[in-house]
Design a protein around this ligand. Structure first.
Ligand code: NDP
Length: 448
């Protein structure tokens, strides 16, 4: 049996009931096959793959907090410090009822390669909780965040592990966590990113993932003789990534016709009104029905069982920006039938493996999340740099750096795919380019 297959079997056996983690490992190992086989003996002797798929440290903890009725609630807290070969652990905190160890491990594993692709010195980690901030008062969210960080603070720090936002963790949650960290440790340091501008946050961090997604998509299209201007774009999600992806797509001359949330989706043939979307989602924290109520041209569709809705709309470019496995084989078939030419993942692993293969086989340009959404973590790393030098850069400076990083990422994965005989396979290119740097650093640092 090949080394790659052996290690994949080991992952399944040692990590039962973690399908998302298995899926993420399978996708990466499959595309590394050619690289691993060229150097199999050395990698096997060093157990490099076994070490790569095993987190350096996994923290599971209790998060008790008191709700507004005086009732004590208990949630599970997680932080997986996956790989620190190229820098301190870096990756977001997800707050969503679906969170479990397998999901955090899949996200942490992806993060290793994503962070490597940015070219910045950051290792891979991820964390979160099954706490649901939806429908909670500000006081309840604060009580949860303070309890969460009271435990987690022992294991994080500006030079060891620097968490950030993700689903359910925005500026409000980061603020409460930062305040508690500072109170306990007495340290005013860049331990979290995505902070508010008045206490060490970076300009353009809020916009970074969505903007970065569009910078990369623009470059991918350009290198394939196409232009983002004039294209019709379907976006899923209506959170941080989706909102700023829509905004940048429109700035680049495209028309965004869909957004969604967990209960429904909007089709707006005149183009999504981003200011209205921000008001509904960022200010009121309301459902998309409010968007539809305020805009004549918008149709609201309730999500039916198993349907994802937005991918059945005719579009040139599809940008899944909500959550994992939200674009399946049926959705991929609908996109191809409707003439879609490019898919770039704003979310982490939103496309199933069958859907990815179908899109690639049918000539759709496909860029995986670990490259396409790396703008968020890259700008988080820029926030860390600004915190270290106790300076803050202008929006234009950060945005220009972000754009440079995204263009560079695309060329790195394009070059890697070509070098290994898989031109145009950006999934393979991203995994290979991300892996080679981490593997080299792990080898250089010995058996740790
Ligand atoms: P937000 O919480 O701001 O928004 C998430 C959006 O996705 C919401 O519209 C939400 O709908 C929808 N959603 C979440 N879970 C589900 C679900 N199970 N089924 C259907 N819809 C769902 O998160 P972000 O925008 O920050 O993150 C979106 C994706 O991008 C995630 O995969 C995240 O890991 C990834 N990402 C985020 C980065 C960042 O900087 N924020 C960086 C890199 C990747 P509803 O409001 O109804 O729950």
């Amino acid at each position: 049996m090949s080394y790659v297959d052996e290690v994949f079997d080991l992952v399944v056996a040692k990590n039962p009931a973690q399908p998302e983690f298995h899926q993420a490992v399978k996708e990466v190992l499959e595309s590394l096959r050619v690289v691993i086989e060229a150097n199999e003996e050395a990698y096997r002797k060093d157990a490099l793959l076994e070490r790569l798929v095993t987190p350096e440290r996994q923290l599971l903890f209790r998060v008790p907090w008191v709700d507004d009725k005086g009732q004590v609630q208990v949630n599970n807290g997680f932080r997986v410090q996956f790989n620190s070969a190229i820098g301190p652990y870096k990756g977001g905190l997800r707050l969503h009822p679906s969170v479990n160890l397998g999901i955090i491990k899949f996200l942490g594993f992806e993060q290793i390669f994503k962070n490597s692709l940015t070219g910045l010195p950051i290792g891979g980690g991820k964390g979160g909780s099954d706490f649901d901030p939806k429908g909670k008062s500000d006081r309840e969210v604060m009580a949860f965040c303070q309890s969460f960080i009271t435990e987690l603070h022992k294991y994080i720090g500006a030079d060891t592990d620097v968490p950030a936002g993700d689903i359910g963790t925005g500026a409000r949650e980061i603020g409460y966590m930062y305040g508690q960290y500072k109170r306990i440790t007495g340290l005013y340091e860049g331990v979290l990113t995505g902070k508010g501008l008045s206490y060490g946050g970076s300009l353009a961090r809020t916009e970074a993932t969505g903007y970065g997604l569009l910078y990369l998509t623009e470059e991918m299209l350009k290198c394939n003789g196409k232009d983002i201007a004039g294209k019709t774009v379907a976006i899923s999600g209506s959170g941080n990534v989706a909102i700023y992806a829509a905004q940048k797509a429109q700035q680049l001359g495209a028309k965004v016709v869909t957004v969604s949330d967990s209960t429904g989706w909007i089709y707006d043939p005149e183009g999504i009104d981003v200011a209205l979307l921000k008001e509904v989602k960022e200010v009121k924290r309301a459902r998309l029905t409010e968007y539809a109520a305020a805009r004549k041209s918008a149709e609201y569709h309730e999500k039916k069982n198993g349907e994802h809705g937005v991918w059945n709309v005719k579009c040139d470019v599809a940008l899944p920006c909500a959550t994992q496995n939200e674009l399946d084989l049926d959705d991929a078939k609908a996109l191809v039938a409707n003439g879609c030419i490019a898919v770039a993942e704003g979310a982490n692993m939103p496309t199933t493996m069958e859907a990815t293969e179908y899109l690639q086989k049918n000539g759709v340009l496909f860029c995986p999340g670990k490259a396409a959404n790396a703008g968020g973590v890259a700008t988080s790393a820029l926030e860390m740099s600004q915190n270290s030098e106790r300076l803050s850069w202008t929006f234009e400076e950060v945005d220009a750096k972000l754009k440079g990083i995204m263009v560079n990422i695309f060329h790195n994965l394009d070059d890697a795919a070509k070098k290994y005989g898989m031109a145009g396979n950006y999934v393979a290119g991203a995994n290979i380019a991300g892996f080679l740097k981490v593997a080299e650093a792990m080898t250089a640092q010995g058996i740790v």
